[in-house]
Design a protein around this ligand. Structure first.
Ligand SMILES: Cc1cc2nc3c(=O)[nH]c(=O)nc-3n(C[C@H](O)[C@H](O)[C@H](O)COP(=O)(O)OP(=O)(O)OC[C@H]3O[C@@H](n4cnc5c(N)ncnc54)[C@H](O)[C@@H]3O)c2cc1C
Length: 443
């Protein structure tokens, strides 16, 4: 195992839109910037590969992405992909693991200021059959399709909650899938005020209308949810889903189910550093400062608000690292925070989803822990110690938000390593390390 140390003035974790905007603003204003991401290249979730906007309208999504990535390149910020941040401390150092063909590389990065732009992941809820082959996360299936997974001619039900469902369904339809239903668990009463608020945001309204137009033959079933994924006679693959609107239950044949319940913020690094939280989200001020000195946070960990908010918040954080601010950007960020709060209410999970798992329904997929084995415990730590729920490779990223909705338990603490790492990675942290050459002055 090779181990090295680097240092920088501004370190950004996450090369999604928020991290790209943050790194660009800081570097354009004279700061030495390194950006780390566990993916191979910059782009994050939405700019992973080709987006619906790019293929549907080359003048829109494509331009935003191209400009952002080109500006990042020209800013001089250095992007290091394939690095998993597994440990961090508030004294100004963090550690990453990179798996290469020649072995594992552990790197330590020392920084003066840190920007957390770690994004969000899909939230999954267990129901009978959700572990069958053919059942995917909604964004997960979209990511696979962007990577070349063929869906042409396949019947797909897209279900769960949140605006991502329409984006995913439109993407799949464009790749030739037959999207038979989009199934949204939120009720009309929840969604109507949110839809009304979009009237003051023509860009978002147009985006929704564009997705809907691409799915004009597909029913958008509001107030409906998946009760069960049904296996084919061989028991090895999905053949249908059982859906309900609470009053009526019916079966819809399909080859694939893409199911996700909005997003859960990636706040593990923030928690490790001891940042204060506002509910599930990292608390920040108008300059995206967290409660920890010299630690900023931008994008989805501060509230699920979409692409524009990630770009604006990232730029504010990057400027703040260079001692600058922008009243115009701060005003936009405040409006976007209100949008995030409205979205949180609109797509709040209904209580009926708590009664879907049976005793034998797997909740923790890493450790094969069934719902029935979680009964009788007082909370997350107790259940974790006795059942190993949340102790597998994903470290509770999948089952944590599910258990929170099902049983109301929240993890009490986050500990390093955030991802499984070889034991030697910890030896490194005790060593006294030589730093790289001093940072060069930028012209
Ligand atoms: C699966 C999925 C699909 C989505 N698809 C769409 C879509 O089609 N259309 C749409 O409008 N919005 C989509 N979104 C929402 C979109 O991602 C956000 O609106 C916005 O772009 C978020 O930007 P961000 O920079 O905050 O986060 P992200 O784009 O998520 O970027 C965060 C980055 O940080 C990295 N990271 C996190 N933790 C670590 C760590 N410990 N070490 C190293 N790197 C780390 C992540 O790998 C990621 O690359 C999707 C979200 C998800 C989760």
């Amino acid at each position: 195992m090779t181990m090295t140390t680097s240092r920088t003035e501004v370190l950004v974790i996450g090369a999604g839109p928020a991290g790209i905007a943050a790194a660009t603003a800081a570097a354009e204003n004279g700061r030495h910037v390194i950006v780390l991401d566990d993916n191979g290249s910059a782009g994050g979730q939405i700019w992973r590969e080709v987006t619906v906007e790019e293929t549907a309208s080359p003048h829109r999504g494509d331009a935003t992405k191209r400009q952002a990535i080109e500006r990042l390149r020209q800013s001089g910020a250095e992007v290091l992909g394939g690095r998993f941040v597994f440990s961090a401390d508030a004294s100004g150092a963090l550690q990453t693991l990179q798996e290469t063909s020649s072995g594992s590389l552990v790197e330590q990065f020392r920084f003066e200021q840190l920007i957390l732009a770690t994004g969000a992941r899909e939230r999954f809820l267990p129901f009978p059959g959700w572990t069958l082959p053919g059942v995917f996360g909604a964004g997960g299936l979209q990511a696979l399709v962007k990577g070349g997974y063929p869906v042409a001619g396949k019947r797909v039900v897209v279900a769960g909650t949140g605006p991502l469902l329409l984006a995913v369904a439109a993407h799949l339809a464009q790749d030739g899938a037959v999207v038979s239903s989009v199934v949204e668990q939120a009720s009309l009463a929840q969604l109507a005020p949110f839809a009304g608020s979009l009237l003051s945001d023509p860009a978002k309204l147009m985006q929704g209308a564009r997705y809907r137009a691409m799915l004009w033959r597909t029913p958008y079933r509001i107030g409906c949810w998946v009760v069960e994924a049904i296996a084919a006679s061989d028991g090895q693959r999905l053949s249908a889903v059982r859906l309900t609107n609470g009053a009526r239950t019916w079966t819809e044949p399909c080859d694939l189910l893409a199911c996700g319940y909005h997003l859960a913020p990636n706040t593990e690094v923030a928690a490790l550093l001891g940042c204060a939280f506002r509910g599930a989200f990292v608390q920040v001020d108008q300059a995206q400062r967290t409660s920890r000195p010299n630690v900023f946070c931008a994008g989805e960990p501060t509230g699920i608000a979409g692409l524009e908010a990630a770009l604006v918040q990232g730029e504010i954080a990057g400027l703040a690292c260079a001692g600058r601010s922008s009243a115009r950007l701060e005003k936009r960020a405040a409006a976007q925070r209100a949008f995030a709060d409205a979205m949180e209410k609109a797509f709040a999970l209904r209580s009926e989803l708590r009664s879907l798992p049976r005793k034998d329904t797997i909740v923790c997929r890493c450790e094969d822990v069934a719902f029935g084995s979680l009964h009788g415990y007082t909370g997350w730590t107790d259940a974790k110690l006795q059942t190993r729920c949340g102790m597998g490779p994903c470290q509770g990223r999948i089952c944590g938000p599910a258990v929170e909705h099902l049983l109301g338990w929240r993890p009490v603490s986050v500990r390093q390593p955030l991802f499984p790492v070889p034991l030697q990675a910890f030896c490194f942290q005790d060593e006294k390390v030589e730093l790289d050459e001093p940072i060069e002055e930028k012209a």
